[in-house]
Design a protein around this ligand. Structure first.
Ligand code: NAD
Length: 497
């Protein structure tokens, strides 16, 4: 059976070590194996990245950017191949896979502006004959650990920017769908990246712990679930590393009485059920202001759910594929059972959906719950499946309190035609990314992405301007050139202007 290998120092490496199964979620069959890196394999990657750092650090940013230009072209030329691999291993539809790649490519485009984004800050004559500037210097070897749900986009949030900033990088993608990520890394080398600047090690906790423990790894970017994000942040910072760790989510959409309900219902369909709900920005709670809004919304959603096209992601023209693994399917179904047992009303039940010719696929259809209460586990927990919960409130203040009290604060949105409500929502909501009539407010590459509360551990968000700050160290330089042969006196008072 085909094995997905590590990519270290420009070569595919198969070490003799443990392997994990990779499934095709639409059929339930094991299609490939992936090596799970031992400490020794991770060490090979760290050594390669450490050896490549001095030369790469001194490569002019414009030259680094030229590699990214060529990389962007190769990604576009290979879009179909990459989308196919994503869909085969993740289960999402081909269109959705192509969409995530396009959003990833935006980050490569941003990285192409390396000479501009790395410009320092300069002041002439901060004192007599004294000039001062800030330089943004690379950190060294950086590692990125990424989740299964965006095997192309999330790695592309990280390594293009880290690399154009002059760092070398070790990527540990999700072991559940590693093939597209490995192909993308190979394309960057085809684009002319020197060996060792980007390395990919596959693996599980053992590989991640080896990266956390290695003193050569100076910074960690993590995206995944909250318990692991917290673990990586705690262990990484304890060892003196710079860490940004993005975690899980429970994203609420507020539907105001003045909202255009048809548009809101259509937007919610994509935001709740796209990618089978396996998105950290998926809307999983619809907070309806007033019973009338809730009743009307549910009346609009039911027929839309009935017409959802569910099937194997690799088939064209579908809305929703399967979940990623059998274990995840069981977890999602477990939550639906808990919701029913707790007394929420299951308006649409997607359990037991049958996809012709795919009896063993990890499918669950769209589910819709009404009368969900804040104490229900379907409300408190991130389900990461196609389950939309309707919560009824009486006004905007109650809706906002609900959101602000939730442990997660990744994304949220409001559907309204009232500027005053929208403005208040944007100002006071305790969430990192906010949409106004935009259900998935994923910031474009030249802004930055990150949640609040337990959706992000660390200070800087991912990619964009925050990404540049994360992947560089500021050095402030103050320089003075005294006049030659002029005798100067000691000065004991603290220097000031
Ligand atoms: P996960 O936390 O299980 O895995 C993420 C990464 O951590 C993988 O590379 C995995 O191999 C590694 N890992 C898993 N267990 C580990 C352990 N015990 N010790 C060290 N490393 C470990 O997440 P997932 O299931 O792959 O992805 C889904 C989660 O990611 C959801 O919670 C989702 O909300 C979150 N996510 C968040 C964002 C964001 O930007 N906030 C984006 C995408 C996904």
């Amino acid at each position: 059976m085909e094995r997905v290998s590590h990519f270290i120092n420009g070569f595919m490496i198969d070490a003799s070590e443990r392997v994990a199964d990779i499934f095709n979620p639409s059929t339930g069959a094991v299609t490939r194996h992936v090596g799970l890196a031992s400490q020794d394999t991770v060490k090979l990657a760290i050594d390669a990245a450490s050896a490549a750092f001095p030369a790469w650090r001194n490569t002019p940013p414009a030259k680094r950017a030229q590699v990214m230009f060529r990389f962007k072209g190769l990604l576009e030329a290979n879009e179909e191949r990459i989308a196919q691999l994503i869909s085969e291993e993740h289960g999402k539809t081909l269109e959705d896979a192509a969409g995530e790649l396009k959003r990833g490519i935006e980050n490569v485009e941003y990285a192409c502006s390396a000479p501009e984004i790395l410009k320092g800050e300069y002041n002439r004559n901060v004192g007599p004959n004294i000039d001062a500037w800030s330089d943004f210097q690379p950190i060294g070897v950086v590692a990125g650990i990424t989740p299964f749900n965006f095997p192309a986009m999330v790695p592309l949030w990280m390594f293009p920017l880290a690399i154009v900033c002059g760092n070398t990088f070790i990527l540990k993608p999700s072991e559940r769908d590693p093939s597209s990520t490995t192909l993308i890394a190979k394309l960057l080398h085809e684009a002319g990246l020197p060996k060792g600047v980007l390395n990919v090690v596959h693996g599980d906790k053992q590989a991640v712990d080896a990266l956390i423990d290695a003193p050569e790894v100076r910074a960690l970017s993590f995206v995944g679930s909250t318990p692991i994000a917290e673990y990586i942040y705690t262990e990484g910072t304890k060892r003196g590393k710079r860490v940004q760790a993005l975690g899980g989510a429970k994203n609420h959409a507020v539907i105001m009485p003045d909202a255009d309900l048809d548009n809101a219902a259509n937007a919610l369909m994509g935001a709740a059920y796209g990618s089978c709900g396996e998105r950290c920005m998926a809307i999983s709670v619809a907070v309806c202001v007033g019973d009338q809004v809730a009743d009307a919304l549910i009346t609009k959603l039911r027929p839309l759910i009935d017409t959802l096209k569910v099937g194997p992601g690799t088939q064209n023209g579908l809305d929703m594929g399967p979940l990623v693994t059998k274990a995840h399917l069981n977890k999602v179904v477990g939550y639906i059972e808990q919701g029913v047992a707790a007394g929420a009303e299951l308006v649409v039940d997607g359990r037991g959906i049958e996809i012709p010719g795919h009896p063993n696929g990890f499918f669950v259809g769209a589910c819709l719950f009404d009368h969900v209460k804040v104490e229900h586990s379907i409300y408190t927990d991130e389900i990461f499946g196609p389950v939309l919960c309707v919560v009824r409130v009486s006004d905007l203040s109650e809706a906002m309190k609900l959101i602000n009290d939730h442990e997660y604060g990744n994304g949220t949105c409001i559907f309204t035609r009232d500027g005053e409500s929208a403005r208040r929502f944007c100002d006071e909501i305790e969430v990192g990314m906010v949409g106004v009539n935009v259900p998935l407010p994923v910031p474009v590459a030249y802004h930055s992405f990150g949640g609040w509360k337990r959706s992000l551990f660390g200070d800087l968000h991912a990619y964009g301007p925050d990404g540049v700050r994360f992947y560089t160290k500021r050095k402030a330089i103050t320089q003075r050139w005294p006049k030659a042969k002029v005798q100067e006196v000691s000065q004991f008072a603290f220097p000031s202007n």
